[in-house]
Design a binder for this molecule. Structure first.
Ligand SMILES: [Zn+2]
Length: 246
């Protein structure tokens, strides 16, 4: 059975903001795409909702936060991203709701992106394993917060603080979604994506997965997605149109 073909994403934009739940989320799905875009001269920024401080069993959250924030900063730099913000919401128990939408809207108003990227917010990854709760909460809040950001009467205290409404986001792209609609050719930047994931060394070590190889892992799904795009490697996204397409 040949998998359904995916079209290329629109790359006619200049600024992308990636808002995800945890350090390492971008690297498990989308860092090679980010490397492609920064290589084209586009600006890409990262916002981490949590610092992944509950992610390493043998390390206290206080200690872990420092390690994982640094790993994320290093990992981002490898794919050309110099702006990494940490919102420091509590890892593992992020709640969807108005406070989270407010945080998202503030980031969107501050950075004024053309597109916003987030992780898979669907219930599953396409199999039977359930998605992690923070991913679902953050992805949903990103879609809503992007819309909120354009309305000056929503979270008006941010406008009073000197931010302007920003309603120019053309699309939200959720990577790793089982309902992918588009893909990005990552053939030329695949190695940067691998290096970016490898930068999360303490985290990967803490997972305790024997013989798990970041390159092999990324190759598996990048090749499968590449087949759908007609390239060697690719990363897929589910596009939620905000201004494009509809
Ligand atoms: Zn995550």
């Amino acid at each position: 059975m040949t998998p359904d073909p995916l079209p290329h994403v629109n790359e006619n934009w200049q600024r992308a903001l990636c808002i995800v739940a945890h350090p390492d989320d971008m690297e498990f799905g989308a860092a090679a795409a980010v490397a492609r875009w920064t290589g084209q001269g586009k600006w890409v920024g990262y916002t981490m909702v949590t610092s992944g401080e509950a992610g390493i069993d043998g390390m206290t959250p206080a200690e872990c936060r420092t390690v994982r924030e640094q790993e994320q900063i290093d990992s981002a730099r490898i794919v050309g991203v110099d702006t990494v913000d940490f919102l420091r919401e509590p890892d593992g128990i992020v709640e969807y709701g108005v406070p989270l939408r407010r945080l998202v809207a503030r980031e969107v108003r501050r950075h004024r992106p053309d597109v916003v990227m987030t992780g898979n917010f669907r219930d599953t990854w396409g199999g039977r394993n359930f998605n992690q709760a923070d991913h679902i909460a953050v992805g949903r809040a990103v879609i809503d917060g992007v819309r909120d950001a354009g309305n000056r009467w929503i979270f008006p205290e941010q406008i009073d603080d000197g931010l302007e409404p920003w309603g120019e986001v053309k699309a939200v792209w959720a990577f790793g979604s089982p309902e992918a609609t588009h893909a990005i050719d990552t053939t030329d930047t695949f190695d940067a994506g691998v290096a970016s994931l490898e930068a999360h060394a303490a985290y990967i070590d803490g997972l305790g997965w024997d013989n798990w190889d970041p390159r092999e892992f990324l190759e598996g799904f990048s090749r499968a997605t590449g087949q759908r795009l007609g390239t060697t490697f690719a990363a897929s996204v589910e596009e939620i149109p905000m201004g494009w397409g509809e």
